[in-house]
Design a binder for this molecule. Structure first.
Ligand SMILES: Cc1cc2nc3c(=O)[nH]c(=O)nc-3n(C[C@H](O)[C@H](O)[C@H](O)COP(=O)(O)OP(=O)(O)OC[C@H]3O[C@@H](n4cnc5c(N)ncnc54)[C@H](O)[C@@H]3O)c2cc1C
Length: 316
């Protein structure tokens, strides 16, 4: 039996690849099916066209060339149903021990024996924290769902990447008084080219406030304190704070299992890129987790085949 940790698109694709080779497996997820996608902004549209998000050879038909979150959730539900994938949802894997042929996988509900383990646990479960006083206050969030709760409120959006820009534009258009606090000197170049002019024009015309080269020093109810460069501490009104500062994989599970985490800036987990096997024989990585902290390097489009690679090796 092979245990797959994570019922995201890549974990599901790995299950399908094992199914096609009659290799028994079980997929375990601490949340719902494709839980990361479920936690994405409600109104988001993927930057990929639907054909590039397909798994298991099942066509993904969407209304527009780029699917919505809702269409993707339905698609992956249908695929899981079509292949009758064995799923344990709302069960968190808390430990992996052993080696090839004799793994023990512990969860918050049970313990499983496995010949091999595939870790496809993604990156969206652990936000990058600001590390400032007040970050744990209830009006501060690291996940965004939809704009309505922020209508006609002072909203501080922290960040300069795609998520921060999408949130700032959507909430501004829903009536929020938005101020972006950005550590960098400008909006990131990695922002989608079809969105970048929009945010830059909104900032230039003053519809969306923005302060660059800033560092948040503390957060209080109703106020965010920050410094611009070496300047004095300043304040901005904030009924809510959306810290769109990125996310990172949970390295703890891998490290405890004996996987070496790189000392490179991206803390890349050690694995053979051709077989996806880690330094622990029989323990494989699949999906975005292969990039460590470089969460923009791998995504569904370029990792949905990982399961085929691993199944090919396991099926030998
Ligand atoms: C706003 C946004 C838009 C995006 N648009 C695109 C796009 O257009 N095209 C594209 O290719 N990619 C896109 N991506 C990236 C893409 O969604 C991710 O790269 C993709 O979800 C990675 O798939 P995965 O299966 O590796 O991980 P995930 O989808 O993150 O799945 C990992 C799963 O593992 C589970 N898990 C984690 N830890 C445990 C544990 N200890 N025990 C049990 N279960 C666990 C999680 O609950 C989760 O369901 C986008 C990302 C974001 C944030």
């Amino acid at each position: 039996m092979v245990i797959i940790i994570g019922a995201g698109p890549v974990g599901l694709a790995a299950g399908i690849a094992l199914r096609k080779r009659d290799i028994p497996f079980l997929i375990i997820d601490k949340g719902s099916l494709v839980h990361s996608l479920y936690r994405y902004p409600v109104n988001m549209t993927f930057f990929s066209t639907s054909d590039r998000l397909e798994i298991g050879g099942i066509p993904f038909i969407s209304h527009n060339t780029k699917p919505t979150r809702r269409e993707a959730l339905e698609y992956y539900r249908r695929v899981a149903e079509h292949f009758a994938l064995p799923l344990h949802l709302y069960e968190e894997v808390t430990g992996i021990s052993g080696t090839q042929g004799e793994f023990t996988v512990a969860t918050d509900k049970a313990t499983y024996a496995a010949e091999a383990v595939i870790v496809a646990s993604g990156f969206y479960g652990k936000p990058h924290l600001l590390g400032v006083p007040g970050e744990d206050l209830p009006h501060v969030k690291h996940y965004y769902d939809e704009p309505h709760p922020y209508a006609f409120r002072h909203l501080v959006v922290v960040g300069a990447g795609n998520s921060a820009v999408d949130v700032a534009l959507e909430t501004y258009r829903a009536g929020s008084k938005v101020t972006m606090l950005v550590r960098e000197p400008a909006i990131k170049d990695s922002v989608k080219y079809w969105v970048k002019p929009d945010i830059e024009n909104r900032i230039r015309e003053g519809s969306i406030g923005a302060r660059f080269n800033t560092l948040i020093t503390r957060i209080e109810p109703g106020t965010v304190w920050f410094r611009e460069g070496d300047g004095p501490e300043e304040r901005v009104a904030a009924d809510f704070v959306l810290a769109m500062t990125g996310y990172e994989p949970d390295f703890g599970l891998l490290e405890a299992a004996g996987v070496r985490i790189g000392t490179d800036p991206h803390r890349t987990p050690e694995h053979n890129p051709d077989t996806l096997e880690t330094n622990v024989p029989g323990l494989y990585l699949a999906g975005v987790i292969c990039g460590g902290l470089d969460t923009g390097r791998y995504f569904i489009e370029n990792t949905r085949h990982h399961g085929e690679i691993i199944a090919g090796k396991l099926g030998l």
